[in-house]
Ligand binder design. Sequence first.
Ligand SMILES: Nc1ncnc2c1ncn2[C@@H]1O[C@H](COP(=O)(O)OP(=O)(O)OP(=O)(O)O)[C@@H](O)[C@H]1O
Ligand SMILES: [Mg+2]
Length: 282
Amino acid sequence: MVELQNVSVTYAGGVDALNNVSLKINDGDFAFVVGSSGAGKSTMIKLLLKEIDATSGVVTVNGYNLSKLKKRKIPEFRRTLGFVFQDFRLIPSMTVYENIAFVLRVLDAPLKYIRKRVPYVISLVGLHAKTNSYPDELSGGEKQRVAIARALVNDPQLIIADEPTGNIDPELSYEIVELLKGINDQGTTILMVTHEHDLVRHFGGRIINITGGEIVYDEVLTGTNAELLPEVELAQAMENAEVQQSDEYSMPAGDGSDYGNPYVDDVIAAITNTSNDNGGVE
Ligand SMILES: Nc1ncnc2c1ncn2[C@@H]1O[C@H](COP(=O)(O)OP(=O)(O)OP(=O)(O)O)[C@@H](O)[C@H]1O
Ligand SMILES: [Mg+2]
C-alpha cells in the first residue's frame, strides 16, 4: 500500500518538484505513472524508496510512515519492496543466477532457500536457459527480465519500476509489462513510471499523470488490448518452477562484498541501504 497525504518536495535551490500531492495505491493494484520530463515522477519514486524525504506531508508505504521511519529501520522497510531500474543495474561479473542469488545472500537467507527460490524466479521470467549466462550475453529485454526476477526474489509486497522499458526495444516493452502484469495477478502491487504512451493505451488500467509536480489525472482506463493477460501461462510457469531441481547450481563462497564492482554497491544500497543523505531536499 502506498499513500501520499499532501506531500510536497522542494529541492535545495528552490525547485518545487512535488506540490501538495495526495494519492493512494491499494495492495494488489497496478498503476502507471506518466508525465513529461521534469514533472516530478522520479521524485515521487525516490520518496517511496525513502531516498529522499518529503519537505511536508506524510508518505506511507507498506504500513511504514516514512516521515517517522528511523534510519536503522530503513533496511527492514526496503525489504518489503522490489525495484526495477531503467538501466537494469545488473552486476556484469555475475551470472543471471548469481545476480539474483546475491540479493538473498545480502539478506542472509539460508542457502537451502536460495537454491530453491532463485531457479523459481528465473523460471517465472522465462530465463531458465540463461541461468548461467552473464549480463553482456543477454538482450536488453532479457536483462530487464533478470532485474525483474531480482526484484521478485525477496517476495516483496510492492514493486516499483522507474522507466523499466526505457532502454529496450519498443516491441519488447510489451513483454516486460505483460510480465509485470502477470506478477501483479499473483498479488504484488506494482507502480510503473513510463514515457511510453502506446504502452499505457495498450494495457490500460490505472493511469496517474503528474504535471508540474501535481497530479492532473488519475483514472482507470480500458486498454485497446482486448486479450486477456497470460494468467494461464504464468500459472503453468509457476508450476514448472516448483518442480525444478535446484541442486545443480552452486554459489561461490563469500558474502558478495569482495566482487570489487561498483554495481555491487548499487545493489546493496538498493536492498539494504542505511545511508540517507536526503538527495539534496531542503
Ligand atoms: N537532486 C535535485 N536537486 C535539485 N532539483 C532536482 C533534483 N532532482 C530533480 N530536480 C528537479 O525536480 C523536478 C522534478 O524532477 P524529476 O526527476 O522528479 O522529474 P521526472 O518526472 O522524473 O522527469 P524525467 O521524465 O525526465 O525522468 C525537475 O525540475 C528537476 O530538475
Ligand atoms: Mg525520472
